[in-house]
Design a protein around this ligand. Structure first.
Ligand code: H2U
Length: 343
């Protein structure tokens, strides 16, 4: 099979799901919608921003005059701390869900984004993620801590101030359960890390690697669904961010900055995405089969203005993509390592 010209399916080894790839279709004419490109905020402080230091939030609480990173409990939390209850009525079932939601400000500077922040400042963000994971995960009612970021209005982000979120809850979310199943199966059968072995194969193939440093790799996964989807993976088998050494933490910050610079440079725009860290649940079980990783799902397809929609066949049948993972990796590789706004 000529994989560059033949429609085919690729397996996501982490979820067990498949993606339809249609590389022959990249030349089709486009008459779709054009959006206004998203630019990073230009001011360092916005008196109307609810995340800037010293400003009042919706519930009336005032942010401290923080200098570095800052986290607080979400004033409109999707999860609340509740008692465990189960309702069932014939075929109708519901379970109460208990949890805690937090907002994490990456910087006091309203105008920054990860690619424009210093590596030291990104290290501080990772350290805050580590502290939150430990603290929230230590709560006996919290079995999973989801760290994520929605960037750009196109992804539903309400505010350009650099920030992410954490939703910590009693049950293990579905995406995490799928990845746990595949990783545990491989670990039990082979006594090795699924992602560790995948990484070895990718480093040999060199076709989908975007960036590499001493302890981390950023690549377009073979089974990518979003046009420029990537994963950041530690080379060492590490179950959670708390197990990273000082050097690994620095290398993680460095690759995060380098990858997001390439993203911004791709279409010379403040590149929107949803990014999240998948790692061991905090359910007190043996989760040593987990290999932590961070996934980026960016919606942009062919310019700062044209995004991919998951509609039609993808809603009813299966995710599908046109440009291959290899083509996407090549495009990202070709982007310079200096942010376009600084050249
Ligand atoms: P997003 O921009 O990624 O949606 O995150 C912003 C979060 O900040 C959102 O979940 C919360 C919203 O509930 N928020 C507060 O906690 N306090 C506020 O004053 C406004 C927004």
């Amino acid at each position: 099979m000529d994989i560059n010209n033949t429609p085919h399916r690729r397996k996501n080894i982490l979820t067990g799901e498949w993606v339809l790839v249609s590389p022959h279709r990249t030349k089709r004419p486009w008459q779709g919608k054009k959006d206004i490109p998203q630019q990073a905020a230009q001011v360092t402080y916005d008196p109307k921003c609810y995340l800037c230091p010293g400003n009042e939030r919706a519930g009336g609480v005032k942010n401290p005059n923080y200098n570095g990173v800052y986290s607080f409990s979400n004033d409109f939390a999707a999860l609340l701390e509740t008692e465990a209850e189960h309702l069932s009525d014939g075929l109708l079932e519901a379970s109460s869900e208990s949890g805690i939601c937090k907002v994490v400000c990456y910087s006091p500077n309203h105008g920054l984004t990860l690619p424009l922040m210093d590596e030291d400042a990104i290290v501080a963000v990772i350290k805050l993620w580590q502290d939150e994971y430990t603290q929230l995960g230590g709560n006996p009612n919290i079995n999973h801590v989801q760290i994520f970021e929605n960037k750009g209005a196109i992804m539903g982000c309400s505010n350009p101030h650099p920030h992410g979120q954490i939703w910590a809850q009693r049950s293990i979310p579905q995406e995490v359960q799928k990845k746990a199943l595949q990783q545990e199966k491989y670990w039990d059968e082979k006594g090795k890390s699924l992602l560790g072995d995948y990484l070895k194969q990718e480093l040999e193939a060199k076709e989908r690697i975007v960036l590499e440093n001493e302890t981390f790799v950023a690549l377009v996964p073979y089974w990518a669904v979003w046009p420029f989807e990537t994963m950041i993976i530690p080379k060492r088998h590490v179950a959670s961010i708390t197990a990273l050494t000082a050097q690994e933490t620095n290398d993680y910050a460095s690759i995060l900055k380098a990858l997001t610079i390439k993203y911004d440079n791709l279409f010379e725009t403040s590149f929107p995405y949803s990014a999240g860290i998948h790692q061991a649940p905090t359910n007190g079980k043996d989760n040593s089969f987990w290999h932590m990783h961070m996934s980026f799902y960016p919606p942009l397809l062919r310019s700062a203005e044209v995004k991919k929609f998951m509609v039609g066949y993808e809603m009813f049948a299966n995710p599908q993509r046109d440009i291959t993972a290899e083509q996407a990796a090549k495009r990202l590789n070709a982007c310079t390592d200096i942010h376009y706004s600084q050249t």
